[in-house]
Design a protein. Structure first.
Lengths: 380, 380
């Protein structure tokens, strides 16, 4: 069973600071997890991830199963040595990717059929098979196979979907219990609460799920198109039904604002493509809000991307230079912006943790959000 | 006047080991200079250049003049602080790029007219103007404006071309002497010998050029389509007419083999896009020859790109992983291959220098070339 220590619970909100113990080291929560879908956090080297204090990264079962394939990963002793990453890894099941990326897929009671988006080959993922693949990949934390209902979906669809998802979750848990980790360190299994924006369905999903006593619980199916207030309301509601002693992971979310709101509502773990995807497109997160570094106003600007940041990009390069790199299409531009953005998200969660421990989470959140909205006002 | 010390001359060939003193530090020759055309060595961070022991990099006057523009570079105090590079920089004049990249350009007696390939704007580069721009860019070593005659060109064309090039060289030298460095450290001016594959024209070009006593001499107009033996013959011939006490720079060359042959014929400095361009295309230079790392034979290969290399890529990642990165199109693949290739070229020149100093250049060259051709034989 995954050891999760709660170091401090906030007095006024559901925020908490925790410690998650894995075979590849300890993770301080709340935590932001960079995404390395296909075995690489885009344009970032593992030593840079260590440098910016990333403590866990993500991989994707669906993508890694296709390339490099489990036979390669097994030959190398799992994903950690293959990608040369010494700290924890979490793998998503890939259910979301199968259902969203594939035209040729069919949801069945017993699993999901699909054709590879690479070579058209036929595959069938059952809950059991996904757990087996995740054993072979060797992530420290593995996710059950689930269906993330599209938004908007009507009540009836979502109701059936959570039945399926919970059935799959139980089957995953069974296979997980009946199998062993392959590489000499433990693996942990998280369940995923679904239910769209329907409180009662979320409640059902959570209550059924916790009967299986997973190592942690994810909240899935959010940030798929619903309004921010709907998302916050669901998070706030769902965390009431999740055991306090287990880590909670909000999948695929979100902006710095989203993260702070979710921490307040009791979430511990986050992953999102925003820092790297936006970084590749010259969108830079700063303590004073987001900026488009390609903007001509930065041409002569000698200041760093963010004067509160300690990353390599901010310590060594000016906005003017990084703007130039994007203007002429140099890869170094997106490397530096991605590195900075990741550091910004990781640092935001580290500062949030310190604020929780120091008993000043609410002030910290208010001040941080007020600063984050500054740039938007300035640029109007 | 540029201080160039010759530490050792080879007893059996024209190879020599030297020390070039600049305002940004000392350069050990023979040296390979990574190319950072637009202010960035593609996909490589300055700290990585330091790590692989790059001692000088290139910039391109034509490209930097257009973007970011000299007004930006002047505002930042020159190219070094703009790109955060503490060691020497050499700028090519951009003559080659103007003449090869532009449809809309016109060679005149007094300079070259062109329209920008970016915005179509009209520009006129005279020899004097190029020196002024290079003053503003602030490279340690700057190159005269020249015409690199296309290959093949007939005798008459090349003969007229070297007249023009030498006239421009003298005008560059005059303006250089009449102007000052802008940023508190000295700049040095190199002349460029042209003359195609015509020995007598090369001799004329060299003899005229050295009357102006440049700080160093480049051999231009090679590796433009002529056979390797023609190139080696020209190099061997030209170096006879260049002063021993001045550094010699072979522009735009070449493969590891080319470098060793040119060192033997008395060349000290090299630049080439091969390590980075080929690296971005999965072509990896190794001590046993070049390999295409995308090849399926590397899928399960746990060895490094080159087991004799000490770079970050070779110390931490397998051929199997780097192959995977290229297969799925991850940027990290080209970052690692570029870094390794640059280290390979820099290391090759460092080992060559040591061999010259130890008086075993010929054996070193023979052994190295024999190993370099190994892969080719293996893969047949």
């Amino acid at each position: 069973m995954l050891k999760f220590e709660i170091a401090k619970e906030d007095e006024f909100t559901k925020a908490r600071a925790g410690l998650l113990h894995t075979g590849h080291g300890c993770i301080q929560t709340p935590v932001f997890m960079p995404i390395g879908t296909r075995g690489s956090v885009k344009a970032i080297q593992p030593r840079e991830l260590l440098e910016i204090n990333a403590s866990i990264i993500l991989g994707n079962t669906y993508h890694l199963y296709q390339r490099p394939g489990v036979e390669v990963l097994q030959k190398f002793g799992g994903l950690h040595p293959f990608i040369s990453w010494p700290k924890p890894i979490l793998t998503d099941s890939g259910g979301f990717q199968i259902l969203s990326l594939n035209e040729l897929r069919k949801l069945r009671r017993d699993g999901v059929e699909f054709r590879s988006h690479i070579d058209g080959s036929y595959h069938f993922f059952t809950p059991e098979k996904v757990v087996e693949i995740e054993r072979q990949i060797g992530a420290d934390i593995i996710m059950v196979l689930d269906e993330c209902a599209p938004y908007p979906s009507d009540r009836e669809y979502v109701s059936k979907s959570i039945e399926l998802t919970n059935d799959w979750a139980m089957r995953c848990k069974e296979r997980f219990n009946a199998s062993d980790a392959l590489y000499g360190y433990p693996q942990y299994l998280f369940g995923i609460v679904q239910g769209g924006i329907y409180d009662d369905l979320r409640e059902n999903s959570a209550k059924q799920l916790i009967t299986a006593d997973f190592d942690g619980y994810a909240i899935g199916g959010l940030a798929v198109g619903e309004r921010a207030d709907q998302m916050y309301s669901v998070i706030d509601f769902v965390t009431n039904f999740l055991p306090t002693a287990k880590p909670r992971y909000l999948m695929g979310v979100g902006t710095p604002d989203n993260l702070l709101e979710a921490v307040e509502r009791g979430v511990d773990m986050f992953d999102c493509v925003l820092p790297t995807r936006n970084g590749r497109n010259a969108q830079v997160f700063t303590s004073k809000g987001t900026v488009n570094i390609k903007n001509a106003i930065y041409r002569f600007d000698g200041g760093p991307l963010d004067d509160e940041c300690d990353c390599y990009a901010c310590r060594n390069f000016s906005r003017g230079y990084i703007r130039h790199l994007f203007s002429v299409g140099e890869i170094l531009g997106l490397q530096l912006a991605s590195l900075h953005n990741l550091r910004f998200f990781i640092s935001l969660m580290a500062k949030t943790r310190t604020a929780i421990i120091d008993g000043r989470f609410r002030e910290f959140k208010q001040q941080t959000q007020s600063k984050l909205s500054k740039k938007k006002k300035e640029e109007i």
